[in-house]
Write a protein that binds this ligand. Structure first.
Ligand SMILES: [Zn+2]
Ligand SMILES: [Zn+2]
Ligand SMILES: [Zn+2]
Ligand SMILES: [Zn+2]
Length: 497
């Protein structure tokens, strides 16, 4: 294990603090210290302002995710659908074109794999197994310092980690020291990898990256940072609220709008720890009731919440009539809700809307995370999906979009999520709904103007430079944001486009 000093030196070298001659970023406003959660963490050494960049990380390795349900695509450009997919005859990786085959990325991958003696013919090699192992194979390209850096990251060494490599060994004779390095990479990835977001609305193979500095951030269910990616897969980590000197920098390893049982189960399964943060300890989750279920008593309008949320098998209790429900009954309800969700076609907007407004409300309170999840999905679709574009939307659907945006923004505010990425997206959608209203009734524009300007401006502040931001973010801010001197009709021309 490296000392904190050695690790700090590696981190600074990785971030390029020693290679910049232009004085952009010679130091950071945080240090690597012992965390109050145990282990290491990043602790601020100065007060940080909301929106301030904490660091810009780049991946030691990146490539396809290893999950079995991940859709496989071209191992170079990540395209998911193509009539021209083929298996490289030398390395068995899936490719979409000769162009991708000739890229440096593939030439390097191919060279690493084709050195190994094959135990079976190329035809018998499963492209999915190759794709799942590829990110760890790429670790073989790291230099000595990078390998040492990777090995120094916290990693789980439980037997379930490393199955990618065991599968690979059925096909190839892999030298022992290479296998060892790949196992280290597997464990480091399973513990520290971040899923890299793709361009807005683009369907691409899901990829992950080992961001070693971001990997040093510990988890909190209400994080004080957000991160985004640019087209070069650089990750920028920014503060979402003021952070005082001496405070630890946190990220969130789960969905921010998941209820406590879902978050804690996920953290335990994938990261092997039990979160005990303030939000987890509060059964109501700051009044958001994201985990709440309907009271089992037919006459009672109240809802059930865990009595001791930090105990995974806690009984639940109605906050109104005090009815106590054993843990097993809660599990049965949650499983049934899970299967109901499994039957839902998320692409079908009418079905989403029907479930959200009519079906689910029979079983769960509107505050429940499932409801909130459907709410968000519906927000993204209204105004965008086929048959639900702005011109197709009825007045009531437009009003629904606006109220869903406001409701979800209120949940984020109650949680204290600050300028989280999701807040940026919701503000963007709220602005779009308001602008559509004003376009339909131009005489309402004066009344809506201030809010339209404020929402698009804040959305822009949060989402700018983010590869997953809506592509018309800049244009909308220029025309509908503050300080635009164009006349009203012209400001709305972009909405007609
Ligand atoms: Zn390709
Ligand atoms: Zn190849
Ligand atoms: Zn927590
Ligand atoms: Zn009750």
């Amino acid at each position: 294990m490296l000392s904190l000093e050695q690790l700090s030196l590696m981190v600074k070298e990785h971030l390029g603090f020693y290679s910049y001659a232009d004085g952009i970023q010679h130091y950071s406003k945080w240090n690597i210290c012992e965390s109050t959660l145990g282990g290491r963490g990043l602790i601020c050494s100065e007060d940080i302002m909301p929106g301030e960049v904490l660091f810009v990380d780049h991946p030691l390795i990146c490539g396809p995710r290893a999950g079995t349900i991940v859709q496989q695509g071209c191992t170079v450009c990540c395209k998911l659908e193509s009539d021209t997919f083929f298996k490289c005859p030398k390395c068995a990786l899936l490719l979409c074109s000769e162009k991708c085959q000739k890229t440096n990325t593939h030439v390097e991958d191919c060279m690493l794999i084709s050195r190994w003696n094959k135990k079976v013919s190329i035809d018998d090699i499963d492209v999915n197994i190759m794709s799942r192992a590829l990110t760890t194979i790429r670790a073989l390209m790291l230099n000595k310092n990078q390998r040492q850096f990777m090995a120094s990251l916290q990693a789980h060494t439980l037997p379930q980690h490393g199955s990618e490599i065991r599968n690979l060994k059925d096909y190839f004779d892999i030298p022992e020291e290479e296998e060892e390095l790949m196992i280290i990479a597997c464990c480091a990835l399973d513990t520290n990898a971040f899923q890299i977001s793709t361009s807005y609305g683009k369907k691409e193979m899901s990829i992950r990256g080992l961001y070693p500095v971001a990997g040093l951030m510990n988890h909190c269910c209400v994080p004080n940072t957000r991160y985004s990616y640019n087209t070069d897969r650089q990750m920028t980590v920014k503060a979402v609220k003021p952070i005082r000197a001496g405070t630890e920098i946190f990220t969130c390893y789960t969905g921010v709008l998941w209820g406590t049982p879902a978050r804690r189960t996920h953290l335990f399964k994938t990261k092997h720890f039990s979160c005990k943060c303030d939000r987890c300890a509060d059964p109501t989750e700051r009044g958001t009731l994201l985990a709440a279920l309907k009271c089992f008593s037919a006459e009672c309008p109240g809802c059930l919440l865990p009595i001791e949320p930090l105990k995974s098998s806690s009984a639940w209790k109605c906050i109104q009539c005090n009815l106590r429900v054993p843990y097993n009954n809660i599990c049965a309800i949650q499983a049934a809700l899970g299967s109901l969700m499994g039957t839902l076609d998320f692409e079908n907007v009418a079905e989403l809307e029907n479930f959200l407004l009519h079906r689910f409300t029979k079983y769960i309170p509107r505050t429940n995370q499932i409801s909130v999840d459907l709410q968000c999905r519906l927000i993204w679709e209204l105004g965008d999906a086929d048959g639900y574009r702005w011109h197709d939307l009825s007045q009531s659907r437009l009003a629904l979009k606006e109220s869903l945006c406001r409701g979800t923004l209120r949940i984020l505010a109650a949680l204290g999520a600050g300028d989280a990425h999701l807040r940026g997206l919701l503000l963007y959608h709220l602005h779009a709904a308001l602008a559509e209203r004003a376009r339909r009734c131009p005489d309402q524009y004066e009344e809506l103007k201030t809010e339209i300007e404020r929402t698009i401006d804040q959305a822009h502040q949060i989402l700018q430079g983010d590869i997953s931001a809506p592509p018309d973010l800049e244009l909308r801010r220029r025309y509908l944001g503050p300080g635009c001197d164009k006349p009203q009709e012209e400001r709305f021309f972009i909405l007609d486009a």
